[in-house]
Design a protein around this ligand. Structure first.
Ligand SMILES: Cn1cnc2c(O)nc(N)nc21
Length: 270
């Protein structure tokens, strides 16, 4: 899953897709096409930054950022576009234009989000975040047993989805690295991620360029590729099925290599 932030302040996307305040359509398409050429099968399109401390945007602002980019990509490229949003109106309008899935860091927690997501008929990724928003999630993260608490939260959200008619076949789960977690929490979460397989749903993981890598390696955001690849491989070893990344080409090779080794260990053809 390639990351395509159409937000002026995305925390690591140096080539922000904004020029003088206008959405740079050509840059968006260029970046999208490059990620597809590099092997991305899904592009995750987001109009509201979810980095720690991010300020929320208005619904209209989010629509104005996401919908034009979505139309452009779907018109020019053959790729599944995931919508990184927590906003019911964005779910509805994006689905109408042909989005392929919804990716909500708030696990459909906003008012009306469950119903709107259900009505789209699209697959949904439910992610764990401790705290209500990226603005406050890093203030004082605390867990007794992080993997149990993340698992319980995700299970509760699956039940909430089933209650509005979102069947299990449409649900992906995500432990939410960096969303209300300290470095220790993130490392333990990655170590014990395999326990989430008991929920019986595909896992999506995103660690690319995140502060857990910066803190562990003392690296700035533009020097976290190697650390990110290490976490991607470990996530695949522990059951992740989709990896959400900035650096698609390198990540595809690292994940494919890991999968070749895993297949051999199962006696399968590489
Ligand atoms: C939007 N976004 C930022 N980080 C993410 C992560 O780790 N998982 C998912 N599903 N979305 C994310």
């Amino acid at each position: 899953m390639g990351i395509l932030n159409v937000t002026p302040d995305s925390f690591s996307d140096g080539s922000t897709l904004y020029q003088a305040g206008q959405l740079a359509g050509d840059l968006i398409l260029q970046r999208a096409a490059a990620m597809v050429a590099a092997g991305a099968t899904i592009l995750d399109l987001g109009g509201e930054s979810t980095r720690p401390g991010a300020t929320p945007v208005s619904v209209q602002q989010e629509l104005d950022r996401v919908l034009p980019a979505l139309e452009l990509i779907l018109r020019e490229l053959d790729v599944i576009v995931s919508i990184d949003s927590s906003t019911p109106e964005v779910f509805t309008e994006s689905a109408r234009l042909g989005a392929g899935m919804l990716n909500d860091v708030r696990a459909l927690g906003r008012e009306g989000a469950l119903q709107a997501a259900a009505a789209t008929g699209l697959p949904v990724c439910l992610m764990h975040m401790q705290g209500n928003t990226p603005a406050d999630m890093q203030l004082a993260p605390h867990y007794e047993d992080i993997i149990a608490e993340v698992g319980d939260f995700l299970q509760q959200r699956v039940v909430a989805c089933e209650q509005v008619g979102i069947c299990r076949e449409r649900i992906l789960l995500d432990p939410g690295f960096g969303f209300g977690k300290t470095l220790e929490h993130n490392l333990r979460l990655l170590n014990q991620m395999q326990r989430l397989e008991s929920l019986g749903l595909p896992l999506l993981v995103g660690t690319s360029r995140k502060s857990m890598i910066g803190q562990a390696l003392d690296r700035p955001v533009d020097q976290r590729l190697a650390g990110g690849l290490a976490t991607a491989v470990m996530a695949v070893e522990r059951g992740a099925r989709i990896i959400r990344v900035h650096d698609v080409a390198a990540s595809v090779d690292a994940v494919r290599m890991a999968e070749a080794v895993i297949k051999e260990s199962r006696g399968e053809q590489a």
